[in-house]
Design a protein around this ligand. Structure first.
Ligand SMILES: [Zn+2]
Length: 490
């Protein structure tokens, strides 16, 4: 048997000004060919699970592409064609199965439904080819995606720590189908609701209820796989929002029944999926009154792993205004500042406008730097291997990085975007996060995997950025309407 195994992942924020070229899809760009194996084997990606399954089966396999980028604006048209073209070329040589590790919320410059377009092209090129797809919990599901594959399973955790398990799950269903042991029959659907990302954590709340229901349908043997998606709301495309997909064995009406249960449960919980922020000054004042750290200050409106520029300074400015002490910030992406600070050298004292270099035209906002006076303490190449529970083992780079010490506040200043989902973002520049009173994290939920074990308190801070939770900031034109909570759905 011959398998094609590929990863092509991006969550596209159509409001983000951050460009998404091929070089964003890995430390040195996307991996192609045999390099994919070395990059991801032994990791906890769905792709890693597919490699293990192929070896267990004694199948030959090729890996045309393995590419994953932090969320940002729509994928550059050339990058999309390079990745999709590599997969199609390998499929075109003939294979018995295709195992895909996708995101489910990819928008390219040319296609609103990046995954639907890819799967449609593959189906046209290879009708009848068995195709397994692993998807992110933040998938914006479409008819083209479901109609053009054999079996589809999504993550059940946020932070996403079950990527490997989901790949293994999707892959095993496909192997069962190849062996004639099961006959996957899928049903999908959505509800007119646009849940807030901050309400999709799976440790508690409405998303946990949906995940528990999906697990139960799997564990009782009712269906082969059941997935509830929260969706990715910062995409102005028709199908953004909550959905579900279920894979039954042979009988599509069983899949439909479980799908309806999941979607009805999501709709019943629609109010619990709405996030209500408090004013930023109140959040920082609450933080100031706390005695024991680390206190996590979550700058969620500028989350790099949802498309944030990661250089807005509103939360930092308020922290400095209220005079908090013993603060570390991860991270401020500012390549110009990094160059300037590296040129100055370790020990140099600098006054510079930090952050605020990238404008956000979709929000009608200019970048606003914040003047900082500090000393360059550490210069690093920004490379580290993730040791925490999310993306364990993944080689990561922040680009050249600097620790700028402004006395009461220490900044990790980097060339590239990275969501602080691992303690490595601090360790890399010589900061021990367990010893700081306050940690500012430009993150929404993923920080929880590595930082909750060291945190005494968490305070969500409603700053500025293209990953904000105030939907009135965003101009939706293509999104299906009416939709809750944008429209009155009574
Ligand atoms: Zn996600």
């Amino acid at each position: 048997m011959r398998f094609v195994i590929a990863m092509m992942k991006h969550e596209s924020n159509t409001f983000s000004p951050v460009p998404t070229r091929l070089d964003r899809f890995g430390p040195d760009g996307a991996y192609f060919g045999e390099d994919c194996v070395e990059a991801f084997e032994g990791g906890n990606q769905a792709f890693s699970a597919y490699l293990d399954l192929a070896r267990e089966e004694g199948a030959e396999f090729t890996t045309p592409v393995a590419a994953t980028a932090l969320p940002s604006g729509p994928v550059d048209a050339e990058a999309y064609e390079a990745m999709a073209g590599a997969i199609l070329a390998d499929v075109g040589k003939g294979c018995d199965a295709l195992l895909l590790d996708l995101h489910g919320a990819m928008v390219s410059e040319a296609y609103d439904d990046g995954e639907g377009e890819l799967l449609t092209r593959i189906r046209e090129a290879a009708p009848g080819l068995p195709i397994a797809v692993a998807l992110d919990l933040h998938t914006n599901l479409t008819e083209d995606m479901v109609a053009n594959c054999t079996a589809m399973v999504g993550y059940k955790t946020y932070p996403h720590i079950d990527k490997y398990e989901v790949g293994a799950h999707a892959g095993r269903i496909l192997l069962g189908a190849l062996a004639g042991e099961v006959e996957p029959a899928m049903a999908w659907g959505n509800k007119p609701m646009l849940p807030h990302t901050l309400c999709m954590g799976t440790d508690e709340g409405p998303m946990k209820d949906l995940v528990d229901m999906a697990r139960q349908a799997e564990e009782t043997g009712e269906v082969l796989a059941a997935t509830a998606f929260g969706g990715f709301p910062l995409a102005d495309i028709h199908n953004a929002g909550a959905s579900a997909v279920v894979v039954a064995d042979g009988n599509v009406s069983v899949a439909e029944a479980v799908r309806d249960r999941l979607l009805d449960a999501a709709w019943e919980r629609r109010e619990a999926f709405v996030y209500h922020p408090e004013p930023l000054s109140d959040s920082i004042a609450r933080a100031k009154a706390l005695e024991e750290g680390p206190v996590l200050l979550i700058d969620h409106a500028d989350n790099a792993a949802s498309g944030g520029t990661q250089d807005t300074m509103a939360v930092v400015a308020e922290i400095m205004r209220q005079g908090l002490d013993d603060v570390a910030v991860a991270i401020v992406a500012d390549p110009g500042a990094v160059s300037e600070l590296i040129e100055a050298g370790v020990g140099a004292e600098k006054i510079l406008p930090l952050g605020g270099k990238v404008s956000m035209p979709a929000l009608g906002m200019q970048g606003r730097p914040h003047e900082v006076a500090g000393t360059v303490r550490v210069i690093s190449n920004g490379e580290f291997t993730v040791t925490g529970p999310m993306n364990t083992g993944m080689k990561t780079t922040m680009g050249r990085s600097v620790m700028l010490d402004a006395g009461s506040i220490q900044f990790v200043v980097t060339e590239r975007n990275i969501e602080p989902w691992d303690l490595g973002v601090f360790h890399n520049v010589g900061i021990d996060p367990t010893r700081k009173k306050y940690l500012v994290l430009k993150s929404r939920i993923h920080y929880r995997a590595a930082f909750m074990p060291i945190a005494k308190h968490v305070i969500e801070c409603d700053g500025v950025g293209v990953t904000g939770s105030d939907y009135s900031m965003f101009k939706f034109e293509k999104l299906r309407r009416p939709i809750y909570p944008l429209d009155d759905m009574a």
